[in-house]
Each structure stands twice: as C-alpha cells, then as structure tokens.
Design a protein around this ligand. Structure first.
Ligand SMILES: Nc1nc2c(ncn2[C@@H]2O[C@H](COP(=O)(O)OP(=O)(O)OP(=O)(O)O)[C@@H](O)[C@H]2O)c(=O)[nH]1
Ligand SMILES: [K+]
Ligand SMILES: [Mg+2]
Length: 435
C-alpha cells in the first residue's frame, strides 16, 4: 500500500502573525526542498525563501523545519512551513502544495490518526489530544496534558502485564492438570499478583466521573420568578452584556449560556425565562426550556427578590438548590439565603466561592485523572468485572484463563490495540483539519 503525503494548515484559520502548514508522508522531504531550495538539517528551523518551483515566484519568507521518520509527530517524514499568517499567503502555499503529485489535503484528525497507526500515541492519548485542543481552563489543560502524555497508557500496560503473568501461572496449571492431583498455582498466588492492579483499577474508576465532568464543565442554571434579577446576575458573572435586562417581567425566553473560568474550573452558566404561568405561547416555551435545563443542572441557583420566594420542587433527581436573595440593596434578604446585589456588587465573591467549592468537589483539578471518557470507563469496568470473576475461588482453571484473557482484551481496547476499527473514524473526526 502506498502512503499518500498529506498537508494542511495546522494553525487557526484567519488573519494571524504566523501560520503553520504541516506535511506528513514519504514526499514531505522532497516537497520541502523543492519549496525551500534545500532540506534543512533535521529538527532545526532555517529561515528560507519559499517559492513556487514551477515559476520560481516567491510565496513568502519564513521558517522551514524537517523531521525525518521516525522522530516526528506522526512517525512519518514530516515538514513544517512557518509563514506569515495572511490569507493570500496561506492560500498560495496550499495551492502550490496541491500541485505536487502524490500530495493531498489532510482529512480532519488525519495527522493524529497516523500517529496512532504508527504507535506514536495510543487511543487514550489521541482522545486526550482532542481534549487538549478543546481545553479552555487550566484544570482541563492539566488533565488533558497528563493523559496525552500517556498516564493511562502506562497504567493499563502495568495492569495488563500483571494479568499476563497470572495467565502464565494458570496455563502452567492447565498443562499439569492431567499429571498431578495438586494444583500448580499456589494458594493466594493469583490474588497477590492481581491485587494491586485491582486496587488501582477501582481507584481509577472511582475518579472517572469527576474527570469526565471536568471535560464537560459544571452546569449551573439560574432559575426564579420573572424580574428576580437572573439576567443581571448572569451578565455580572460573565462581565459582559450577554442577556437583555429590563424592568419588564418575562424579558428572557431563550436559554442563554455563558462559560466561566473559576480559578481553573470550567463552569457553564445558563440564564432562563422567569418561571410563571403565562398567556404568551412563546414565553411558555421558554419556561418549558428552563425546566428541562434545570433537570440537567449540577447546581441550581434559585433567585428571588430578598430570597422570599420558596424554590419549587424540581424532581427527585434534581441538583442541589442554592437560594439566592437578589436586590439586597433594596430588599431585606431572608435568613438562610445568600444575599447579592448586582447594583452594589455585594455578595458576588461569596456566590462565586460557593459555586467554585461545589464544582471543585465534583470535577477535581485534573491532577490525578486517568479515565476521562465514557468509552475508557466502560472498557475498564469490563476488565474489573472479569478480574473479579477470575478471583472467585473454586473455579476450573480453563474458566479462570478465559476471564483473564477477556480482562486483558478490555485493557487492550482502551489503548486501541484491538477491536476498534469502527471507533477510529468517530474519535479522529473530533479533530480539526491539520491535527
Ligand atoms: N436595585 C436592584 N435592581 C436590580 C438588581 N438586579 C437586577 N435589578 C433590576 O431588576 C429588573 C429585572 O432584572 P432582570 O435581570 O431582567 O431580571 P430577570 O430575572 O432576568 O427577569 P426575566 O428575564 O423577565 O425573568 C431590572 O430592572 C434590573 O435592573 C439589583 O441587584 N438591585
Ligand atoms: K426582566
Ligand atoms: Mg432575564
């Protein structure tokens, strides 16, 4: 099979000081030297004149980099062109590259996919790289970097080698089964081999919900009667006029979402229509949307003037409700409520701390994450279950061997080593073109 050489703009589209175009594949080196006049020394930036080799017209002056295989991001021959970030410059360079035989524009995620195929990263690292590109807060970045660096890959390899050792023990038992009455596996040997792995897997599974939610963010929904001051509070927390504010009750109808970064914690804050029975069909739709979003919340802020209005029942599965007394500058706040005044800026720090405290407890800080995706969690749960089954006493060694084999296979699937062909398109399409 001939490998095509792919290229793409790797930096963001639009005007920028610098644009980076990446190439990967067997023709990367020849293409670079045709454009730059020569191939630079490996992994050293050379300042060059980039030209169209057919007309010798100058495309731009910039940096050329050459990463011969296998010491490159994809494991193939790779090259980078660092150009001025103007649209015409980038277009001209991309058009010139497209004229080379054997070169084509990369699909989304194709560079990362080649890195995976060539063993540079495993599937858990590829997933983390996509998360890293999407990370918007420090804790999300920390978690994604840790996993992109192979934290889960290393752990699963350790667990898997313990299982492989246990399999060898059990298989030697199978070999001896005909000849001896006694089992070749000493009592407790499997337990002591697999015990540490089991413990670590349990710990990883216990921390998985927090890591998955750190990727998604902590959802805080503002609810309350009309004119409670929901939109005003949203704007104050977002530090911009995201929602319309007016003295007219029933101003907000659509859900308005803003993203906050509370000391590294990603928070999604949602403003909603004031809850009331309304004659207006449009407002009724808004109220229904507000209630539906409340059902997904991690935390509900129930706002009313002075905290006077009791919160309605949001159902048995509802999130914790924090009662907020608004307009504390003009209305006496009720006891047991958190008093805020957006007019005077009062209570805002306390409110932010309350949100951050709960979000921190639910999301963690990304520093010890191992499992950040439902896919990885499902495979690890499968491995955990098989290991538990293998360790149930009084089991024929053939059955124990089969449990261990299935546990090892589930761990291999986390890394993408087996049975994942149909998943790959899904995972790599999350990337933008150029990654
Ligand atoms: N004095 C005072 N007025 C406030 C405060 N916060 C909001 N208001 C006023 O209360 C009125 C309603 O504010 P909104 O933010 O539109 O209220 P809302 O809850 O979003 O209202 P709906 O979208 O209609 O449900 C506006 O006139 C605001 O200026 C506050 O802290 N103090
Ligand atoms: K209003
Ligand atoms: Mg509003």
């Amino acid at each position: 099979m001939t490998v095509e050489t792919i290229f793409a703009l790797a930096s963001g589209a639009g005007r920028a000081a610098v644009a980076v175009i990446r190439l990967s594949g067997p023709a990367a080196g020849a293409t670079l030297s045709a454009l730059a006049g020569a191939t630079p020394e490996p992994r050293r930036a050379d300042y060059v004149r980039f030209r169209d080799p057919r007309s010798d017209e100058t495309l731009d002056y910039g940096l050329a980099l050459w990463f011969p295989a296998p010491h490159s991001a994809t494991g193939e021959d790779c090259a980078e062109l660092h150009l001025h970030g103007g649209r015409a410059v980038v277009d001209a360079a991309l058009l010139t590259l497209a004229q080379f035989p054997g070169l084509r524009l990369a699909e989304p995620g194709e560079f990362a996919r080649r890195a995976f195929v060539n063993g540079k990263i495993d599937l858990s690292q590829a997933e983390a790289l996509a998360d890293l590109i999407e990370a918007r807060t420090a804790f999300q970045r920390r978690q994604a970097l840790r996993l992109a660096g192979g934290a889960l890959r290393r752990e699963t390899e350790i667990w898997r080698s313990a299982i492989v050792e246990a399999m060898a023990l059990v298989e030697s038992d199978l070999d001896f089964a005909d000849e001896a009455e006694v089992s070749a596996v000493p009592a407790g040997a499997l337990e002591s081999l697999l015990g540490p792995a089991l413990e670590q897997i349990d710990r990883a599974l216990a921390s998985a919900p927090a890591s998955e939610r750190l990727r998604e963010g902590f959802l805080v929904v503002l609810l309350g009667p009309p004119n409670a001051g929901k939109s005003t509070l949203l704007n104050a927390l977002a530090r911009r006029e995201a929602a319309i504010v007016s003295e007219e009750p029933g101003t907000t109808r659509d859900l308005i979402e803003v993203e906050l970064d509370l000391g590294g914690l990603p928070i999604t804050l949602v403003d909603t229509a004031g809850l009331r029975e309304s004659e207006s069909a449009v407002e009724r739709i808004g109220v229904a949307r507000a209630r539906a979003r409340a059902g997904e919340a991690d935390l509900i802020l129930w706002l009313s003037e002075g905290g006077a209005e009791p919160a309605p029942d949001f159902g048995p599965a509802a999130a914790e409700v924090l009662r907020v007394a608004t307009k504390a500058d003009v209305v006496q706040p009720a006891p047991d409520s958190l008093a805020v005044s957006t007019r005077e800026g009062r209570g805002m720090d306390i409110l932010c701390n309350e949100i951050a405290y709960r979000a921190g407890a639910a999301l963690g800080d990304g520093g010890s994450a191992l499992i950040a995706h439902a896919r990885q969690r499902a495979e690890l749960e499968e491995a955990r279950e098989r290991l538990g089954a293998a360790l149930q006493g009084d089991k024929a060694p053939e059955l124990v061997a089969e449990d261990l084999r299935l546990a090892a296979r589930a761990l291999q699937r986390i890394a993408g080593a087996v049975d994942v062909e149909d998943l790959l398109g899904l995972i790599f399409s999350r990337f933008c073109i150029g990654k």
